[in-house]
Ligand binder design. Sequence first.
Ligand code: FES
Ligand code: FES
Length: 224
Amino acid sequence: MSDESDPLPSSDAQDELRDESLFFSELETRRRFLKKVAGTSAALALGPQLMNLSAAPAANQKTSLITMVDLQLKINGAEHRLRLDPRTSLLDLLREQLQLTGSKKGCDHGQCGACTVLVNGRRINSCLSLAVVHEGDEVTTIEGLAQGDQLHPVQAAFIEHDGFQCGYCTPGQICSAVACLQEGHAKDDAQIREWMSGNLCRCGAYPNIVEAIKQARDKTGAGR
Ligand code: FES
Ligand code: FES
């Protein structure tokens, strides 16, 4: 027997009630989620202070979180034993720690070639390479190409052919050209352009760079 004073809701009304309760439960879930996110963001923002209230001051925490690593490598013929932050790029090691500022930082993203150096005779973008992976390697930078006052044939050819204007890309261009010749990738203009295409020159000195590389090729016999 049904109770007329408290009738069961119609099926439409039941659907409506269910939708409503779903809506509120979803709202509640969202509120809880947002609270959690807010809590997490605050924790990230406050960082170590929140988690280490009784520990050393923040300045000391920064250094204690990084484990320095030892590295031994040869640069331009000289042995180096170094201790460094493992996140250091080879380019930053050269420029910031060893003051070998010939290698340039153009894009810092492996796109311009200004940071090109030779590692075990092969050209690499030093901005893209962590220094710590070069344990025991031999690195040659633009500073290591000349023999005393005697310029490397590629350096001399760049000067003779005006292979630069502002000069910012030039150390990378020259290191890359040295490797290009060693690789045998300088048979003709098209091949030189192709194998030097990772080195950009915003001054547009490309025709003179190609001429310089051809001269170095013809003088040294490398690159054919
Ligand atoms: Fe390394 Fe541009 S600085 S490629
Ligand atoms: Fe200026 Fe190449 S000489 S960017």
